[in-house]
Design a protein around this ligand. Structure first.
Ligand code: PEP
Ligand code: MG
Length: 326
């Protein structure tokens, strides 16, 4: 079956009714790029940059320098041979601690994580922003900010991008001045305040892993509540659908880069919601493509609208299963 899938590597991801879909890879390090290309990725939809900062055993305070980061980002951009690369700024904290010995908050997932951490450490953030910007001189780079909830966080992030650009200009360094800056939608407040985001940002990427965690109040790494972690909860589906619709209305790209994007049982549902951009672990890309090739949006879309009107989990689960056999 794996061999049969590999034959789809060069097949364009287009639904039966002719709608093109963009399939992107999630990576942790530039070394993951060849595998992404091997599975036919159209680009990188999520480069989790925190992996450059983690696992520096005993030297967690020694975060990678601007040059060190630049080299890694550039490596990924070059490896993707002209395809776009979305680099997410540092998403440290909670399940991805910078240093195990650091002060542990009682509720780390609700604590100083991701953009909150970066805005509290402006020098560290500026260093990363400069490194990403410098890599943008070597190919199509987009910048993605995790865990945004407040308007002032968006504004401060954009101001710091502008500051990093000014510093590079001063130093005579090249970068893409028109670089896109996007927001992760992974806190329910963000999905409920989309006008705040689409006005300021160039694109959106839905982090369903955290969106589910925060919507259902289920710790994503606590096995005792893992059975309650349900992507098909009607509240979760509403938030995802609202985000896709708001992005489309505003004319900006919306992707899903959480685990849901790589689950073939959910491909048709996401397509039916209007999603046209999926980012996932490279190993899932071809199976999702196969699903897309067999899918007719003219039947899936009205069926999905019905699903979104339901508030009955059993009915939703059944209807999602039935999408598979249309
Ligand atoms: C997510 O939250 O869905 C996501 C893609 O980011 P991470 O899993 O790295 O938090
Ligand atoms: Mg996340």
């Amino acid at each position: 079956a794996r061999k049969k899938l590999l034959k789809l590597k060069k097949t364009p991801a287009i639904t039966r009714d002719g709608t093109p879909i963009t399939l992107l890879a999630n990576i942790e390090l530039p070394e993951d790029c060849p595998a992404a290309l091997e599975q036919g990725a159209a680009g990188v939809g999520l480069f989790r940059s925190e992996f450059l900062f983690m696992g520096r055993a005993g030297h967690a305070h020694l975060t990678p320098s601007e040059d060190e980061q630049f080299e890694q980002y550039r490596k990924a951009v070059v490896a993707m041979k002209g395809r776009p690369v979305v680099i997410r700024t540092l998403d440290i904290g909670a399940d991805k601690p910078l240093d195990q010995s650091e002060h542990t908050a009682l509720n780390p997932a609700l604590g100083l994580r991701a953009i909150r951490y970066c805005l509290a450490e402006p020098q560290l953030f500026l260093t990363q922003l400069r490194a990403i910007l410098r890599a943008s001189a070597f190919g199509k780079v987009r910048m993605l900010i995790p865990m945004l909830a407040h308007a002032f966080e968006i504004d401060q992030s954009l101001a710091m991008v502008a500051q990093a650009k000014a510093q590079l200009r001063e130093a005579g360094q090249k970068f893409d001045d028109g670089i896109d800056v996007g927001a992760m939608i992974e806190i329910p407040a963000a999905a409920l305040a989309l006008p705040m985001f689409v006005r300021r940002m160039d694109f959106l990427s839905i982090g369903t892993n955290d969106l589910i965690q925060y919507t259902l109040a289920i710790d994503r790494v606590d096995y005792e509540v893992a059975h309650l972690y349900n992507p098909l909860h009607p509240a979760v589906l509403q938030l995802i659908a609202m985000t896709i619709t708001a992005g489309k209305k505003a004319g900006i790209d919306v992707a899903v880069c959480g685990e849901m994007a790589g689950d073939v049982k959910l491909t048709r549902l996401l397509l039916g919601m209007g999603l046209r951009e999926f980012s996932m672990h490279p190993a899932q890309l071809l199976a999702v493509k196969q699903e897309i090739l067999g899918c007719d949006l003219t039947t899936i879309t009205p069926q999905t609208r019905k699903i979104l009107r339901s508030m009955e989990p059993d009915a939703i689960a059944l209807a999602v299963e039935q999408l598979q056999v249309i």
